[in-house]
Design a protein around this ligand. Structure first.
Ligand SMILES: Nc1nc2c(c(=O)[nH]1)N[C@H]1C(S)=C(S)[C@@H](COP(=O)(O)OP(=O)(O)OC[C@H]3O[C@@H](n4cnc5c(=O)[nH]c(N)nc54)[C@H](O)[C@@H]3O)O[C@H]1N2
Ligand SMILES: Nc1nc2c(c(=O)[nH]1)N[C@H]1C(S)=C(S)[C@@H](COP(=O)(O)OP(=O)(O)OC[C@H]3O[C@@H](n4cnc5c(=O)[nH]c(N)nc54)[C@H](O)[C@@H]3O)O[C@H]1N2
Ligand code: SF4
Ligand SMILES: [Mo]
Length: 758
């Protein structure tokens, strides 16, 4: 398509390229790039029929990332100590020779398990990003990697334990059938959760649904959509959900027919809730002490949710990203079950919440791990290092479709510990070399100071990225990668709406940057690997991927349009068949029913993951002994101006919201801190110096530092870049949840902006 009118006519014609944005931000949106003389001069979004897949400010501001002067332009070799950030420019040949030399050497000296592969979420297209390097290293004889995804590991574990699947969601249009919507620790106004979510929340509100937000912060979502906002102390949600069950059970508001027909273990849960099996009755008064939510509010919400059916309890992942995160998710799932809100229009099962299956990775390779696991023989794997490793005893290995249960992997939060302590520390490998692709792991994994120490101890580090991130500063070799505007790809939506976007290459690769795939093509021969796959053209591979998806029937049309929206004849409702006809459609759990008490968990016999959901404390809980030393609970939420640490360098986005520590005026006043004053936030793991954002939008006793600020320690080791993970704990819950919203901290004033700390 050509048009000139809007533009300077003395220059060339303007072409509109249908492309998209595919960073890991809860979206995957249509972008229409206006290109003139080989340069993107303007970006707009979906102009097609609704519901539109509309880009947010981050995608629309992408020109400032594409053309940022901070982009990596050439391959770099380190010239100073790790982390100092001094590099020299070298040729691609010299860089790849050095990477290959080190890979070959480490393999020979220590074996493939010493090669640590750390893929990140930077690119969410099917083709570009870590896919190529992963296949290459697999052909090279394998590597050690992590299990546990910080996004959702707690929610996933709970979803598997309760329902045996992660497909527990409804398509968003079904919100129009809900009479009540509980937005629990969920902030899609910022985090998107598929681009049409805000539209359907707005429509549901117009439709008269009662909307309630439960969150320690008065979020943009609460401000925009909620009729009622309930602040809650972080990490205590399980107590509130269990007390809601108490009200429902003692007032006989449960859906007994549904419970009898579709669930097992209700009586075990009832015993726990009523205090018959140890402990006290879990009354609203009991929960008020723990959560700070008034008992009356808890009881009212329970009654309304149980009697205004259908109701959608949407249990966000933020509260599950806590030290005992899976208990909250399990308690939410069970509340949906005992009220019979599952398998019906307008209801919701909570759980992991995938609706449509477009994110499943069938296009890559047959997943051998989907076979039933024989514990004595181990898990078959395409990665030679993992082949036939036994399943982890703390995993739900008898169920297929959750986290890979192999004991050959290291939990992501323990990667730094594994580098520093290796097999002697109980880990499955002794990492010597890190191969890092599309990941700012130093910044994004918990406990960044420990991460820096770990990265310093490795023999060799190679990073593929687009910017010199805090992680890249620790690399021996940094390889410049192009952005999604400089290549083609297909991207499924973030959680699972029924569409795909096709990203047409918009401009040529800038400077000497390449795709991750091209890097593998050039590296493969140096590693003695057949570069076959890597020599296929982008178009051949994308066509092959699309061909393996039954819901993409016209590849060329998708490519032309930049998007394929799959029409639904009716809203997707998880477990509709199981609830309508249970005889012929068992739940994919071991019992075939919703497991309020989970048999697999009972076998584990671990008090940290009891068979029914429970409220459990931990070492950094609000009432733990450590809270005397560090009295504030720190949240590290997802920022509206970044996708994790990506887009940090975009000036337009920085104008939207300044990075800072959210603190309630009551707390700030006690310490003499005013808005914009510098503060130091600290605990035993580190210290961050940052401006205070004094706001009533966060409850007293709780502070928030959005994750993604770039780690930048000064000469005293104080992080001046505002990286939340300078403060977070590198351990995980018994079910694998990350403790990123469970750090205790203290705060001290550190002067006025621009002045030295006091
Ligand atoms: N703009 C933007 N969008 C994104 C991303 C991004 O980086 N930027 N990242 C994407 C990715 S990969 C993911 S995994 C998702 C993450 O999506 P979420 O996990 O939903 O996002 P968060 O902001 O971490 O948390 C959501 C809410 O939970 C609240 N919360 C935290 N702890 C507790 C608690 O203990 N109890 C209660 N009730 N609430 C709590 C927070 O205050 C926050 O408002 O977002 C995706 N979307
Ligand atoms: N404290 C705290 N920490 C968190 C979270 C939290 O809630 N709290 N959330 C966690 C979550 S949910 C997630 S998903 C992770 C995300 O953590 P990461 O996966 O590390 O995500 P990003 O920080 O966005 O870093 C991705 C990097 O990939 C680069 N990149 C983009 N596209 C490409 C490409 O095509 N090729 C290559 N080679 N590089 C590319 C970007 O420039 C960027 O540096 O962070 C986690 N960290
Ligand atoms: S940053 Fe996310 S929500 Fe925004 S345009 Fe890109 S993919 Fe869409
Ligand atoms: Mo995530």
């Amino acid at each position: 398509m050509e048009s000139k009118s809007l533009y300077d006519e003395s220059r060339g014609p303007v072409t509109i390229v249908n492309t998209g944005c595919c960073h890991d931000c809860g979206g995957r949106c249509v972008l229409r790039a206006h290109v003139q003389d080989g340069k993107v001069i303007r970006i707009e979004s979906d102009t097609g029929p609704g519901p539109q897949i509309r880009a947010c400010a981050r995608g629309r501001a992408y020109r400032q990332r594409l053309y940022s002067n901070e982009r990596l332009k050439y391959p770099l070799r380190r010239t100073a100590k790790r982390g100092e950030g001094s590099f020299e420019t070298i040729s691609w040949d010299a860089a790849l020779d050095e990477v290959a030399e080190n890979l070959n050497r480490v393999k020979k000296e220590y074996g493939n398990s010493s090669v640590l592969f750390l893929p990140g979420a930077g690119n969410q297209g099917m083709l570009h990003g870590p896919l190529g390097p992963g296949l290459m290293l697999q052909m090279f004889g394998g590597f050690t990697r992590y299990w546990g995804i910080p996004s959702y590991e707690g929610a996933l574990f709970a979803s598997m334990a309760t329902y045996g699947t992660i497909k527990t969601g409804h398509s968003r249009d079904d919100l129009l059938n809900s009479r009540m919507i509980l937005m629990w620790g969920w902030n899609p106004a910022n985090t998107v959760w598929d681009p049409e979510t805000a539209l359907f929340l707005a429509k549901a509100r117009e439709n008269g649904a009662r909307m309630v937000a439960v969150d320690p912060r008065f979020t943009d979502t609460a401000a925009t959509f909620a009729d009622e906002y309930i602040p809650i102390r972080p990490g205590t949600d399980a107590a509130m959900l269990i007390a809601m069950a108490y009200v429902i059970i003692t007032e006989n508001l449960q859906d007994q027919t549904f419970i009898d027909k579709h669930t097992i273990g209700f009586n075990d849960y009832k015993d726990y809730v009523l205090g018959r099996s140890g402990g006290v009755p879990k009354t609203p008064r009991w929960a008020e002490e723990i959560t700070t939510v008034p008992a009356q509010t808890i009881a009212d919400l329970a009654r309304k949710y149980a009697t205004n059916k259908p109701g959608a309890l949407i249990a966000g992942w933020g509260p599950a990203r806590t030290a005992m995160g899976e208990q909250y998710s399990r308690a939410a799932n069970v509340l949906c079950a005992i009220t019979g809100n599952i398998g019906i229009n307008g209801g919701y099962a909570a759980g992991f919440m995938r609706a449509y299956s477009s994110r499943e990775t069938r296009h890559l390779q047959p997943d051998k791990n989907k076979k039933a696991v024989d514990k004595s023989k181990g898990i078959p794997s395409a990665n030679p290092v993992e082949n036939n490793a036994l399943p982890r005893a703390d995993s739900l290995y008898k169920l297929s479709g959750g986290t890979n249960a192999t004991s050959a992997r290291i939990h992501q939060s323990r990667i730094w510990d594994a580098i520093l302590t290796g097999t002697a520390g109980g880990h499955p490998a002794d990492p010597k070399l890190a191969y890092i692709v599309a990941s700012n792991c130093l910044n994004q994994y918990p406990n960044a100071n420990r991460g820096a120490e770990a990265l310093k101890s490795l023999e060799f580090i190679v990073v593929h990225d687009q910017f010199l991130t805090p992680t890249a500063k620790f690399a021996d070799i940094v390889l410049p990668v192009n952005t999604f505007m400089e290549r083609s790809d297909i991207a499924p939506p973030w959680l699972g709406s029924p569409y795909y976007i096709y990203l047409n290459k918009t401009v040529d690769s800038m400077y000497e940057s390449k795709t991750d795939l091209e890097i593998c093509r050039d590296l493969a021969p140096r590693l003695g690997i057949d570069p076959g796959f890597f020599e296929m053209s982008e178009d051949e591979i994308l066509k092959m991927f699309a061909g393996r998806r039954p819901d993409i029937d016209d590849y060329e049309k998708m490519k032309r349009d930049g998007v394929v929206k799959i029409p639904l004849s009716e809203p997707i409702v998880a477990f509709k068949d199981q609830v309508k006809d249970p005889e012929n459609n068992p739940f994919p759990t071991l019992s075939g029913k919703i497991e309020i008490a989970c048999g697999h968990l009972a076998e584990m016999d671990n008090p940290g993951i009891p068979q029914v959901p429970a409220y459990l404390g931990h070492k950094e809980h609000y009432d733990s002994p450590l809270s005397k030393k560090y009295p504030f609970q720190l949240l590290t939420t997802h920022s509206k101006i970044r996708t994790h640490s990506t887009l940090e360098m975009v000036p337009w986005l920085r104008e939207i919201e300044a990075h800072g520590l959210w603190i309630n005026p009551k707390d700030a006043q006690k310490m003499g801190i005013s808005h914009n004053d510098m503060v130091e936030v600290f605990n035993d793991r580190g210290c961050v110096r940052i401006a205070a954002r004094v706001t009533e939008r966060i409850m007293p006793g709780v502070v928030n530092l959005c994750q993604g600020g770039w780690y930048q320690p000064d000469e005293n080791g104080v992080d001046t870049g505002g990286c939340a993970n300078t403060l977070t704990d590198d351990t995980h819950s018994p079910g694998g949840a990350f403790a990123m919203n469970s750090a205790l901290v203290d705060i001290r004033p550190a002067g006025k902006p621009g002045k030295e700390a006091v």
